[in-house]
Design a protein around this ligand. Structure first.
Ligand SMILES: Cc1ncc(C[n+]2csc(CCOP(=O)(O)OP(=O)(O)O)c2C)c(N)n1
Ligand SMILES: [Mg+2]
Length: 589
């Protein structure tokens, strides 16, 4: 769905914001998500009346947090940024949690903000002063890769080129460019000289050091129990195949998790345990037993090794990562500093093929372990559905359809759903900010629109409710997506915390639900979907109703619609979902 502007778009840039719009087009950014604001009314006019609302097309969002989350979801699929426009100060304030999520997830997003005129004499009384801050970028500077406030159209063009380059260059992340309202609205003194965009977006190749590759190859070749921790990697199918080939050549155990997108077939004999957000006891045991560990940009290498080994690991550790480039003094999302014996400063995708080549075929393939992958959820005592029941019913409803899981709830059990392709799962929200699920799902669905891959998000009810109005954007712009809500009518994660507190302090555990449960009244989640033009199903509480509702919902999405299914599930996380670290410390979420 494209909203077609009346009239003929202007032929040449006439105002500062026309130059900004033209630059966005030259960057081949297909969409700009936004919630409108007077601080960027100049740019808004240029996008509609100079560019004709295409390349980029405006995607209206009902909240700035959704605007960024949609770009975040799009980047998870494509690796490429969208633009996001947010109003001065307040729009940026609304966007912050989603920017933090994208930052922690290392996903590129080009965020464009605006300020009232920096020249105070040009400010309209009252409102332009509210729109202006001494250093607006300070709101987000600690969790964007780069930010700027250019003072002229020429500087804005350069700033956007640099912003795009930083966003797309590994390690990737969100960037922020703040546009002066007067600069946007003022007529151009003279046309700007043309610019060859591609010259300002050079590929910054971070080729791995050949000596380090040889060193790592020798260590892995002579390892008795090599193990791969596979973390942040791309959605490339070729890179996926290369990782499988490497693991098979080494006979290495493989561990992946649900913090990041699918990275290895989770039902492969070398994959030691179903992935979780946290480390399972089985995965921890395999890590503790390894003699050489290859981390492919694993999120929280230090914490994982410490948890698994009870201290510094005896194993030799090879780390492949560029993440250190992003670390700053404000955000501790870089995690603890890991002990590393061989450090390869490069992206994993660039390291696996030369590493494989250096290891060569000399290593006789080890016999693959036989692992029991059969899984049947424990039936609930009271006949209520569990999140496991939901997962298995959803798999059954989807049959052999190609599916991308764009979001999963905290109660997800990785054993319910094997990942066999990089798009099978797109990873978590990055920063732990709930409310991201619906927006990320819509963004992923936008990227997958027109393909044979059906986007599906399973959201907790708390997550869904905080992000629910992202669905309107999907309905309005005809972006097919299926949202299934694992509705335990609670911010249940925190019931678990209150239970732990009560136990630790010898206080009544039965009070854990207070300040957590979302019942009386129960919220009509399907109705929230319907109110925005989606098809709503449920609440469903039995296996039969669930199968019927899911079949209908899959049908809706196959026909190009948006569907929400409210599934009443019993609250509860199994020990495998809690992870060994959580079990030990009681900390999660
Ligand atoms: C923005 C935000 N607020 C609060 C939290 C703390 N928190 C972590 S998980 C959680 C509960 C999420 O509820 P839901 O999505 O329904 O999942 P459930 O725990 O019930 O499975 C909360 C409140 C958070 N992570 N992010
Ligand atoms: Mg819940």
């Amino acid at each position: 769905m494209i909203e077609q502007p009346a009239g003929t778009p202007a032929a040449a840039p006439q105002f500062g914001s026309d130059v900004v719009a033209q630059t966005l087009r030259s960057l081949q950014i297909p969409y700009i998500t936004l919630n409108p604001g007077a601080s960027f009314r100049g740019l808004h006019d240029s996008l509609v009346n100079f560019l004709g609302n295409r390349d980029p097309q405006l995607l209206l969002c009902l909240h700035e947090e959704h605007a960024v989350a949609i770009a975040h979801g799009y980047a998870k699929v494509t690796g490429r940024p969208l633009a996001v426009a947010v109003h001065s100060n307040v729009g940026l304030f609304h966007a912050t949690m989603a920017i933090f999520n994208a930052w922690c997830d290392r996903m590129p997003v080009v965020i464009i903000g605006a300020t009232g005129p920096v020249d105070a004499t040009r400010r309209r009384p009252w409102i332009d002063w509210i729109h202006t801050a001494r250093d607006q970028g300070a709101i987000v500077r600690s969790y964007v890769k780069w930010d700027d406030q250019p003072a002229s159209p020429a500087a804005a063009r350069e700033s956007l080129l640099r912003a795009m380059w930083h966003a797309e260059t590994a390690p990737r992340g969100p960037v922020y460019v703040n546009l002066d309202a007067h600069m946007q609205e003022a007529p151009l003194d003279a046309p700007l000289p043309p610019v060859n965009t591609t010259r300002y977006l050079p590929v910054a190749s971070a080729a791995p050091d050949a000596g380090r590759i040889r060193e790592a190859a020798a260590l892995l070749r002579s390892a008795q129990h090599p193990l791969l921790l596979i973390g942040r990697v791309s959605r490339s199918a070729a890179a996926w195949d290369a990782r499988v080939a490497l693991a098979e050549a080494l006979g290495a155990d493989v561990v992946t998790d649900l913090k990041v997108g699918a990275a290895f077939p989770t039902d492969h004999p070398l994959h030691v345990d179903a992935p979780g957000i946290l480390l399972s006891a089985t995965a921890a045991k395999a890590i503790a037993g390894a003699d050489v560990i290859l981390s492919l940009d694993w999120v929280d290498l230090a914490g994982t090794l410490h948890t698994a080994c009870g201290g510094e690991p005896a194993a030799t550790v090879i780390q492949v990562s560029l993440d250190h480039v992003l670390h700053n003094g404000w955000s501790m999302d870089h995690q603890a500093h890991p002990p590393v014996d061989v450090f390869i400063a490069a992206e994993p995708d660039a390291v696996v093929p030369p590493l494989q080549q250096a290891i060569g075929a000399a290593n006789a393939p080890r016999a693959l372990a036989q692992r029991d992958r059969s899984f049947a959820p424990a039936p609930s005592a009271n006949g209520e559905l569990s999140t496991d029941d939901l997962a298995l019913a959803l798999r059954a409803a989807l049959g052999d359809r190609r599916v991308s899981l764009a979001h999963l709830p905290l109660s997800w059990n990785g054993a319910c759903w094997p990942f066999r392709h990089p798009l099978d799962f797109l990873g978590s929200d990055g920063g732990g900010g709930i409310g991201a699920g619906p927006g990320i799902a819509v963004g992923a669905a936008l990227a997958l629109r027109g393909t044979d891959v059906l986007p599906v998000a399973i959201c907790g009810d708390g997550d869904f409710l905080m992000g629910a109005t992202a669905l309107w954007t999907a309905v309005h712009y005809r972006i097919p997506v299926l949202i299934v809500v694992a509705n335990n009518r609670s911010f249940y994660n925190d019931e678990v915390h209150q239970e732990r507190m009560a136990r630790a302090r010898g206080r009544p555990v039965e009070n854990k639900w207070i300040g957590q449960r979302m019942s009386d009244p129960d919220i009509d989640l399907a109705g929230i979907g319907r109110a925005q033009g989606a098809q709503g199903f449920g609440p469903v509480a039995t296996g039969d109703d669930l199968a019927t509702a899911l079949a209908a919902a899959v049908g809706v999405v196959t026909e190009g619609g948006v569907a929400v299914v409210d599934v009443r599930v019993q609250p509860g996380y199994t020990p495998s979902m809690m992870g060994v670290a959580a079990a030990a410390s009681g900390r999660r979420g």
